[in-house]
Design a protein around this ligand. Structure first.
Ligand SMILES: NC(=O)c1ccc[n+]([C@@H]2O[C@H](COP(=O)([O-])OP(=O)(O)OC[C@H]3O[C@@H](n4cnc5c(N)ncnc54)[C@H](O)[C@@H]3O)[C@@H](O)[C@H]2O)c1
Ligand SMILES: [Zn+2]
Length: 383
């Protein structure tokens, strides 16, 4: 199903449409994604069916806490929930660790959390991935709710049920498919994001455009100013992405086929993240991965010469391709073949076949690595 255009949908809203959009994710245990403005102010109303009289552990990070979101949610739920506990981590990818998983399940046991109780992930993709994984294994699974506070988490990580933590050997190597019971996305919370964090989310937005939505890609390119955290259209944009994700997840919940399209830029992106010890953000790593793989695709899919220039110009608008990182093809290759896309002696990669359309390709690992090596030597960032 083709998602509605940003502009069309916005017109609708101005004509007096709803202020809260609801996307239902119809997996075995279906759940709603609520997207709107001012939703945190009425969190009690939306969360009531999931938290009433239950013990609640709200997980967040220190930056989110400093912005007052943790207090706001705790205050709202204090008369509804049976008991509220909170835990905050330092921000950063390094929190997605087995050490934190062990610490958190122990904490839940100390608090006597039962199968009836619930975890709330209040934050970006890091908190969402960690909280979701802990929820999936504690007592063989307890409920959890996602309250995404970054654009990236709203359009990607909070929906679809992938949860994971990292190992020293690689990113997201331990995890589970485990869906939340509800996703509550208040786009007003993006207003406190640092611009570079908002831009990281735009990388996944551009990814959606490139893999399956040429119209979204052109709309992003045609904008007179880059999308901002304060833009009115954000509700519609988040909804459009969540609908695309829903479509992909419903067709391939366990990532055996179509869902792998969402990994465009990620095989190499994860390698950049790992080689930099997670100093390169996920959004920027993925942007660079998309750009390099577009160059690789040029060769085999014979794309129009202008595609890469146009695509890189869009990535530049969001400051996503600021520098060329100094990693050798060897270091990156080693990290890439540890990635989950490896299947025995072959690797599945996502490559564009047109501007706004990608497909999956399977290559013998040796062939892929020698091809990557060649392209990485030639890779240059257009500025
Ligand atoms: N599970 C999935 O399907 C999936 C999909 C995509 C990405 N991911 C994962 O998501 C992670 C990246 O997520 P992210 O980019 O949201 O990173 P993040 O969770 O580290 O958040 C980025 C920064 O923004 C700050 N922040 C969050 N909300 C804020 C707010 N409202 N105001 C001010 N600051 C705020 C955080 O403190 C943090 O410093 C990666 O670990 C990636 O692997 C998972
Ligand atoms: Zn991603």
């Amino acid at each position: 199903m083709e998602a509605p255009s940003i502009h069309e949908a916005n017109k609708h809203k101005k004509l007096g449409g709803r202020t809260m959009e609801i996307v239902r994710i119809g997996v075995t245990q279906p759940y709603d994604v609520l997207i709107g403005r001012g939703l945190l102010k009425e969190a009690d109303k939306h969360l009531y069916p999931f938290v009433a009289d239950k013990k609640v552990l709200i997980m967040t990070d220190d930056t989110i806490m400093k912005h007052g979101y943790l207090n706001q949610i705790s205050e709202k739920l204090k008369t509804t929930a049976g008991a509220i506990h909170t835990i905050s981590f330092q921000p950063g990818e390094e929190q997605k660790s087995m050490e934190n998983v062990t610490r958190l399940v122990g904490h839940l046991a100390d608090l006597n959390f039962s199968r009836q109780d619930v975890i709330i992930a209040l934050g970006g993709g890091v908190i969402g991935d960690l909280a979701g994984f802990v929820a999936s294994i504690y007592l063989r699974g307890i409920d959890f709710i996602q309250i995404p506070t970054t654009l990236l988490a709203a359009i990607d990580s909070s929906v679809g049920g992938k949860t994971a933590v990292d190992l020293p050997q690689g990113k997201n190597l331990v995890g589970a498919f485990y869906h939340p019971r509800l996703v509550l996305c208040d786009v007003d919370s993006f207003q406190t994001l640092e611009p570079h964090i908002f831009e990281d989310g735009c990388s996944e937005l551009i990814k959606y455009g490139m893999i399956m939505n040429p119209r979204l890609l052109s709309e992003l390119m045609d904008r007179t100013t880059p999308l901002q955290a304060t833009d009115e259209e954000l509700v519609e944009i988040v909804k459009e992405c969540v609908e695309m994700k829903r479509k992909v997840v419903l067709e391939d919940e366990y990532d055996h086929g179509l869902r792998q399209l969402l990994n465009y830029g990620h095989t190499l992106g994860h390698a950049f993240e790992q080689c930099s010890q997670y100093q390169i953000s996920h959004g920027r790593a993925v942007a660079l991965g998309m750009s390099v793989f577009l160059q690789m695709a040029d060769k085999i899919n014979q794309l129009d010469d202008h595609y890469r220039e146009q695509f890189d110009a869009l990535l530049h608008q969001y400051h996503l391709l600021a520098e060329k990182y100094d990693y050798t093809a060897e270091e990156l290759s080693k990290a890439m073949i540890n990635d989950k896309k490896r299947r025995n002696s072959t690797i599945t990669i996502v490559l564009p076949i047109a501007f706004g359309k990608c497909d999956l390709f399977q290559y013998p690992i040796d062939e892929f690595l020698s091809w990557f090596n060649e392209e990485w030597q030639k890779y240059e960032v257009y500025s």
